[in-house]
Design a protein around this ligand. Structure first.
Ligand code: ADP
Ligand code: MG
Length: 679
């Protein structure tokens, strides 16, 4: 799975780094001067490493030109085909032709797909583009070649884009072994003709006409779904409209809507007590009593009656407001109440898609904590033990919590049956889109029955999430908690320190030195390298820290989080990998060493503290390089009635002036590119 942490250096305003200031700030202890100097030198070295010939600077191998450029091209994912591995040297390559319109599907963005195919099949795959079609050569042993071919078949079939006027025939497109005259067996075992199959055209009109019929056939053998499990309690049913409105307003301003386009349905009244939703489900109630929760959170109070009535739901609420239980509790009941018993369904009944491994593990932990009637769950994520995950899945589980990349991999290789899913959750949908998971989600959902119940959660409601909701939810109801504008959690005091870049480390050290013994802080940084660098600095200074970023081994990431959760370390240095969804209740401080890429991420970071009704503090270092975000940050601070530093206001003002001047210069045709310092 790819990580989204920034790896590249972003130029500061005007591309100029601010001048190092020699003066030590008042808070900086004298002994820090030397160590801060060391830090600065190391940081400079670190930057060089990142841009230079370290692991990040390795030259890209193989891709001589982008394969989708015109002209006869050759794509090699790694090394030269046939040049690696004894098997490939022995067996002649399996060759076939593929329409140019379909080649992109096999190659993937930047060659990612072909790399994945190579890894899954153990073959090397070469693509040589011609004018109309491309020749695909698969190098490897016979079994592996067949596997690679099958994977490509599936991929092209799934892409559903055989609309170039030529037919993509899974088992009948031309393929042969180079240098031999024999043909290669297809998946169905039939021998293929080597060449010159006349191209057939597809009757698209008839296909379209039959689409509904085929869809119905595809899902015909599935059992019916039971979705309605709500019996409204008399005190909730008898609430007047005024009471309902008041209850919603007082509960963080809940607003709801029915997105069904034709006649609107009655939106169920919000519940007040856990019993209002679960009085008929004593096992759920026992779980709630066990953890000692007092009242449902606002999102739960409105989401539970909607979901238990079988409607699809979009839940938009800030982080830390209990969205996980909002979908898990009704999910448990749904799973356990289907007409076909769990063990006879031939696969899992609930699927939760989450953007990151950490979040998947966290949802899984929540699932296990509220154990319900022996329901089994499994977490499937890239970087985890693939074999172990496959073996767990094949043994039988009820709930799959997965990141889209790894699940798609298991799905493509037929290790998991998704046809039995009747309850689907797209958790943190906004984040999944940010991370580019839409294609994988699309493929996964092709195999999930369309009449399922679907729940989607998100902290924000941008266009992409709306589109996703329109495509994958059926007549959903939507529940917003709070406003849809960005608002950092109101239980967090937000402090902003405007500071020169080179003084950030010393200030951070000062902050750590003044931490109380019960404090727990996440220090957010912009780059993986900074995380490593800071943590080794602090380690050398005898300060116990853990770090979390995408270049760490999965087991180290899990260990880091575990150490932090359990309080074995009280400082976690992390990239934005940790900014969303992670729930560590006793974090007292969020410390933004680097300002995040955008203001949304700031809100998510701040939301790591002040969770479940506690208060927290966020300290954010802002340098002159961050002047672009000054005005947005001011808005967030103002909305939360926080102190706004004068320097931040003047920074925002300078940036506005700078923008104005740039506009004017553009209009007058004057040369551009003046430094911000002159603005
Ligand atoms: P979100 O998904 O909205 O970011 P989570 O579902 O992770 O938030 O919940 C945050 C924390 O609040 C979790 O530790 C969870 O156990 C706790 N929580 C959930 N529901 C309640 C409740 N009704 N009362 C108190 N705490 C709750
Ligand atoms: Mg969540």
């Amino acid at each position: 799975m790819s990580d989204w942490e920034a790896d590249s250096e972003e130029d500061g305003p005007g591309g100029a780094a601010p001048k190092p200031s020699r003066a030590l700030p008042a808070w900086r202890p004298a002994t820090e001067a030397a160590s801060a100097g060391v830090c600065e030198n190391r940081a400079a070295g670190g930057d060089k490493k990142e841009r230079g010939d370290g692991w990040k600077g390795r030259p890209r191998q193989g891709l001589a030109r982008e394969p989708w450029q015109s002209g006869p091209l050759e794509y090699r994912a790694r090394g030269s085909p046939g040049g690696r591995g004894r098997e490939s040297a022995r067996s002649p390559p399996l060759c076939f032709h593929l329409d140019n319109a379909l080649v992109g599907t096999v190659i993937g963005r930047g060659g990612a797909k072909i790399k994945e195919l190579e890894e899954s099949s153990g073959c090397k795959i070469q693509v040589v583009r011609g004018n109309c079609d491309a020749e695909i050569k698969i190098f490897g042993g016979n079994d592996k070649q067949t596997k690679a071919k099958m994977l490509i078949d599936d991929l092209v079939e799934r892409s559903g884009q055989s609309n170039s006027g030529e037919k993509y025939e899974k088992d009948s497109f031309k393929h042969q072994h180079v240098g031999t005259t024999y043909c290669h067996a297809s998946r169905s075992g039939a021998l293929m003709s080597v060449n010159n199959n006349p191209k057939q055209s597809i009757n698209w009109t008839s296909l379209r006409e039959n689409k509904a019929k085929y869809e119905a056939m595809k899902w015909a053998d599935l059992p019916p779904i039971e979705k309605i499990f709500y019996k409204e309690s008399p005190n909730i049913a008898s609430m007047s409209q005024d009471e309902v409105d008041r209850q919603r307003k007082e509960n963080n301003n809940i607003t709801c809507d029915d997105l069904k386009e034709s006649e609107k349905r009655r939106i169920p009244n919000p519940i007040c007590k856990f019993e209002d939703a679960f009085q008929h489900y004593p096992d759920v109630m026992a779980n709630i009593r066990k953890v000692g929760f007092q009242t449902p959170t606002p999102i739960q109070s409105q989401a539970w009656p909607i979901v238990l009535q079988g409607f699809d739901l979009i839940g938009i609420a800030q982080t830390g407001t209990g969205k996980t239980l909002a979908y898990l509790m009704p999910g448990f009941i749904h799973l356990d109440s289907q007409p076909i018993p769990r063990e006879k369904r031939g696969g899992p009944g609930m699927l939760v898609l989450t953007p990151t491994r950490e979040l998947a593990l966290q949802v899984e932990a929540e699932c296990s904590k509220y154990s319900y009637k022996g329901i089994k769950s499994i977490c499937i994520y890239g970087g985890g033990d693939r074999k172990g995950q496959i073996s767990m899945v094949t043994k039988g589980v009820d709930i799959v919590i997965a990141t889209p990349g790894r699940l798609n991999d298991l799905q493509m290789n037929n290790f998991i049956n998704l046809r039995s899913i009747t309850y689907l959750v797209l958790d943190e949908a906004d984040r999944m889109l940010d991370m580019g998971f839409e294609p994988q989600i699309m493929k996964i959902l092709l195999d999930v029955r369309p009449d399922r119940q679907t729940i989607m959660t998100s902290a924000t409601w941008p266009d992409g999430v709306r589109r996703l909701a329109k495509s994958y939810l059926k007549d959903p109801m939507i529940v917003y908690v709070g406003t849809l504008d960005l608002a950092a959690v109101n239980t967090v005091e937000q402090k902003v320190v405007v500071i020169p870049e080179e003084e950030k480390r010393a200030f951070t050290r000062y902050f750590i030195d003044t931490m109380k013994s019960e404090d727990k802080v996440i220090i957010f940084v912009g780059k993986k390298l900074t995380a490593d660098d800071l943590s080794s600095d602090f380690g050398l200074q005898g300060i116990p820290v853990q770090s979390l970023h995408g270049n760490r081994e999965q087991c180290d990431r899990e260990q880091a989080l575990e150490d932090f959760k359990k309080g074995r370390v009280r400082i976690l240095i992390a990239t934005d990998l940790a900014s969303r969804g992670l729930d560590v209740q006793d974090i007292t401080h969020v410390f933004n060493f680097d300002f995040p890429r955008n203001i949304e991420e700031y809100v998510h970071r701040v939301g790591r503290t002040g969770r479940a009704g506690r208060s927290g503090e966020a300290v954010t270092l802002v340098t002159r390089n961050d002047w672009r975000i000054a005005s947005e940050l001011i808005e967030i601070l103002a909305r939360g009635n926080q102190v706004i530093p004068e320097e931040l206001i003047s920074m925002a003002e300078r940036y506005k002036q700078f923008q104005l001047k740039k506009e004017m210069e553009k209009d007058c045709g004057k040369p551009r590119g003046r430094s911000w310092k002159n603005a």
